[in-house]
Design a protein around this ligand. Structure first.
Ligand SMILES: [Zn+2]
Length: 67
């Protein structure tokens, strides 16, 4: 799962290709286009999200916890 390096940032995240255009935004990490807004959106593309999920677990980005 970690064996594939991310493509150049000129390549959008696959999620950006399958969501409505008005939900596309730039990844907070690498600035590539990704499904950022609305239901199922995420501020990070899948390549930036992968190490974060590994550290924090699934669901990060969808809920915020206090503390
Ligand atoms: Zn990214």
């Amino acid at each position: 799962m970690m064996s594939t390096p991310p493509p150049p940032i000129s390549e959008p995240d696959p999620s950006a290709l399958t969501c409505p255009g008005d939900r596309v935004g730039l990844c907070s990490g690498c600035q590539r286009k990704t499904h950022k807004y609305g239901s199922g959106g995420c501020p990070l593309c899948q390549w930036c999200m992968a190490p974060v999920q590994e550290k924090w677990g699934p669901g990060v980005g969808y809920t915020s916890t206090r503390g």
